[in-house]
Design a protein. Structure first.
Ligand SMILES: [Zn+2]
Ligand SMILES: [Zn+2]
Length: 457
């Protein structure tokens, strides 16, 4: 088997990996778009693949850094079948339609000529090819369940990262290759921790997102939940409001449920919670699939049981934060011209307000820059507003949807594969895993696949 890392660099960017089993099949795992990359530079190196040379595309989960280039990959490989979990199927469609909207906006604002890279109409056609596959049962590359005498099959396993996220096992002539996708081993508020196989895996391809962050001494999720409640309470006591920049998919639903539990248990007063329009669409899917996934609180209906309000983006210009209100607004990285970036201007100027981060953000994104700025120092979140001093409280809470590095390392050691391929991590994160594995599993072959090159495994 030859693995080609189709990303443009060893980083968390446009994820995509080709697994070439020769005559038995050519499979692409994920086809993402870089969160910061623009135009063609934001895509994986799809040009490395000959036209119509892929048999199957397996999508691990609906996040944009794993699905954003899927329509382009499908266009280049019209015979390829596309397999995903049921929840990923439902979540990816609105996500990619939103991506068209974002590209159209960026075309107008930044003059990126090649945008949009695909259209709504094209997407409507491509989605018809997608096939949702049940978890923990084998599938053939032709899309049949429980096949017999197939040289190459795959099975999906719950990855505990967002609703529908999966790890993928590829079974090829007695050997198993397992790709983790993005994984979390611990329970979140709604999504339960991963249920991954540990036996008989020869090659493990694993994400390494949190490799450069040690788990803080005494860290527990429960303590982090309580710290968030206390910080919101303090903001309200100062007469302020809370802005939480979140991804519309995943973090919005997790935090909405958590805030609801704070209010229900009277830990916090019942004050208005605002979410974005796109976040609301994903809540609908989280509700629709509540009983058909491993979601906690399957009876909780986010849109019926929780008092929320949808923020109208068209009125963003007249926005001013109100005392005691909470705004769960995308984007999580506060990308320029998204609502959370625009709203942040109103929060920055006043020390009664708070901006709370609850997940991963790229250090070079506006959110990453704000997190690295001390109170009182200036920060530029948007070139058109210029630098502004940070007067509000800025804090980070670890509600990560990615496995702690200690948990991930333990998983690798338990699996004890012949070869471990490290992906989806920045260089310091990759380096930590390399170093730990060299010390703790000296017999294991550890590989950081160079971008764009094929390696024989
Ligand atoms: Zn993800
Ligand atoms: Zn990812």
């Amino acid at each position: 088997m030859i693995l080609t890392n189709l990303t443009r660099a060893n980083e968390i960017g446009a994820n995509s990996y080709l697994l070439d089993f020769g005559e038995d099949g050519r499979i692409v795992l994920d086809a993402g778009m870089h969160p910061r990359g623009e135009g063609i530079q934001g895509l994986p190196q799809l040009e490395k693949l000959k036209f119509d040379s892929v048999d199957a595309i397996l999508v691990s989960h609906a996040h944009h850094d794993h699905t954003g280039a899927l329509p382009l990959l499908m266009r280049d490989h019209p015979s390829a079948r596309v397999f995903l979990s049921e929840a990923t199927y439902y979540l990816s469609e609105p996500l990619l339609h939103n991506s068209v909207q974002v590209m159209l906006k960026q075309k107008a604002e930044k003059g990126i000529a090649e945008y949009p890279l695909f259209t709504h109409r094209e997407l409507d056609q491509l989605v018809k090819v997608w096939q949702a596959c049940g978890l923990q049962r084998p599938w053939s590359l032709q899309g049949y369940p429980d096949p017999e005498n197939e040289p190459l099959t795959f099975d999906f396993h719950d990855a505990g990262h967002i609703l529908g996220s999966t790890g993928t096992a590829l079974r090829h002539r007695g050997r198993t290759i397992f790709y983790t996708g993005d994984v979390n081993f611990a329970d979140q508020t709604l999504v339960r921790g991963a249920e991954f196989p540990r036996d008989g895996i020869d090659v493990l391809i694993t994400e390494t997102t949190r490799g450069s962050q040690a788990r803080p001494e005494g860290f527990t999720r429960e303590a982090e939940v309580e710290r968030l409640a206390a910080a919101i309470e303090q903001t309200f006591a100062r007469g302020g409001a809370v802005l939480m920049p979140v991804f519309a998919m995943g973090k919005t639903q997790e935090l909405l449920a958590q805030l609801h539990f704070f209010q229900k248990s009277r830990r916090l007063p019942e004050t208005p919670i605002y979410i974005g329009g796109l976040g609301r669409s994903f809540c609908e899917i989280y509700d629709r699939l509540a009983g058909r996934t491993r979601r906690k609180y399957p009876k909780l209906r986010l849109l019926e049981d929780i008092q929320y309000q949808v923020m109208d983006g068209r009125r963003a210009g007249q926005f001013s934060p109100k005392k005691g209100h909470i705004y769960l607004i995308s984007s999580g990285m506060m990308t320029e011209n998204t609502l959370s970036n625009i709203f942040a201007q109103e929060f920055l100027a006043h020390d009664r307000h708070s901006i709370f981060f609850v997940g991963y953000c790229d250090p070079e994104s506006p959110a990453g820059r704000l997190r690295a700025t001390k109170q009182g120092d200036p920060v530029t979140l948007n070139a058109s507003y210029g630098a502004q001093p940070v007067r509000c409280r800025v804090e980070h809470f670890d509600f990560t949807a990615h496995g702690q590095r200690e948990d991930l390392l333990q998983y690798i050691l338990d699996v004890n594969p012949r070869a471990c391929v490290l992906v989806h991590g920045d260089p310091p994160a990759l380096a930590w895993f390399q170093q730990e594995l060299a010390a703790q599993a000296p017999g294991m072959k550890v590989i950081v696949p160079p971008a764009g090159e094929g390696i024989e495994l």
